[in-house]
Design a protein around this ligand. Structure first.
Ligand code: ATP
Length: 328
């Protein structure tokens, strides 16, 4: 069997609205995923036991063994595709360009790529919807990495509806020197909201007992899709999309990493039409008017010294797909 290589994109969230915490610890979301042209590459080949080797950007901080989402994806697919036979194993090679723990869903991307690659290698014959079902069990962002493009995500982000967009959007991604843990950012979001919405309700006994008043957090609103953003995306006008980008996790990411405030402000001052923390951060995404303005913005941001590095990307990009391996 010849090895199979799959290229898979990173994502940014054009809208990320976070509801109150659910009983299972997750939060209900409404999000607009947007795949961008920063790709990891995953190659699978038959092996006696399943293993993974990671090279490239941040490889040292990616877990090996079952903690790696790509390994989990391979095992999940083998279990679903061959329920009664002995399970095939693979060696998974991951070439990372998507920074780790950066809010770009690189681990989920690798899991999606592994599903597509193993489906091909093992001739397992799962359909796209079947693969998406396995993907949702591996992680909330994995189904979107399979689909690509621009899509509305609900539930934990795994329930997807493709969104209609026009044209190509030009982005500059500013990488940060450190990482952010997604669970920590969500926890910080809950804490900040509780502190902000804490209001005083009169205690039993009436207004005369103000001293005994109980502090109660006001309920967090259920997340709702921004129809203005959807209209702007259909128009294909980055100047309309830019001001509508939103991320409920941004205050938490900025609170944990205050230097992001400077990065976002610098991007805005340097002409970005929209500036936002990507997902749980710390990567910042800046929307430019066209390719030339994106080039200019990338140079200015690098010069301003407000981030570890920048990369120019476009969106929407296609989801995980088989490709010829790039040499080197
Ligand atoms: P999330 O998808 O949880 O929002 P993120 O996009 O910020 O996270 P990822 O690069 O996906 O960041 O990494 C999240 C966590 O997943 C890290 O703790 C990382 O060690 C772990 N991880 C597991 N497998 C992988 C993988 N193949 N590539 C990158 N990280 C992985």
């Amino acid at each position: 069997m010849t090895p199979v290589t799959v290229r898979v994109p990173a994502k940014v969230n054009l809208q990320l609205s976070v509801g109150p915490p659910r009983g299972d610890g997750y939060h209900d979301l409404i999000t607009v995923f947007h795949a961008v042209s920063l790709f990891d590459e995953v190659t699978v080949r038959p092996a006696d036991r399943t293993s993974v080797r990671v090279t490239g950007e941040g490889a040292g901080s990616v877990p090996s063994g079952r903690a790696n989402l790509a390994v989990r994806a391979a095992i999940a697919l083998a279990t679903v595709a061959f329920p009664r036979q002995s399970k095939p194993a693979v060696h998974i090679g991951i070439r990372k360009r998507i920074p780790v723990s950066a809010g770009l869903a690189g681990g989920s991307a690798d899991a999606a790529a592994t599903l597509v690659a193993c489906n091909e290698l093992w001739r397992a014959g799962l359909s796209q919807p079947e693969l998406r079902g396995v993907a949702a069990r591996v992680g909330s962002d994995v189904p979107f990495a399979l689909l690509g493009g621009t899509a509305i995500g609900q539930g934990r982000g795994e329930l997807l509806t493709p969104a209609l967009t026009t044209g190509t959007y030009h982005w500059v991604l500013a990488f940060s020197a450190g990482a952010l843990s997604t669970p920590e950012v969500y926890a910080k979001c809950d804490t900040l909201r509780a502190a902000k919405t804490m209001n005083v309700t009169p205690a039993a006994g009436g207004a005369g007992h103000a001293g005994l008043a109980a502090a109660q957090p006001a309920p967090v609103a259920e997340p709702a899709l921004s129809t203005d953003l959807m209209v702007a995306l259909r128009s294909g006008d980055p100047a309309a999309v830019g001001p509508l980008l939103s991320n409920d996790l941004q205050p938490a990411a900025v609170s944990l990493r205050p230097e992001l405030r400077r990065t976002l402000a610098a991007g805005r001052e340097l002409g970005a039409l929209g500036a936002i923390v990507s997902g749980s951060g710390p990567t910042c995404a800046f929307l430019a008017g066209d390719a030339a303005r994106a080039r200019e913005l990338a140079v200015f941001l690098t010069g301003a010294g407000v981030c570890r590095g920048v990369v120019r990307v476009t969106g929407p990009a296609a989801g995980a797909a088989v490709t010829a391996p790039v040499p080197g």
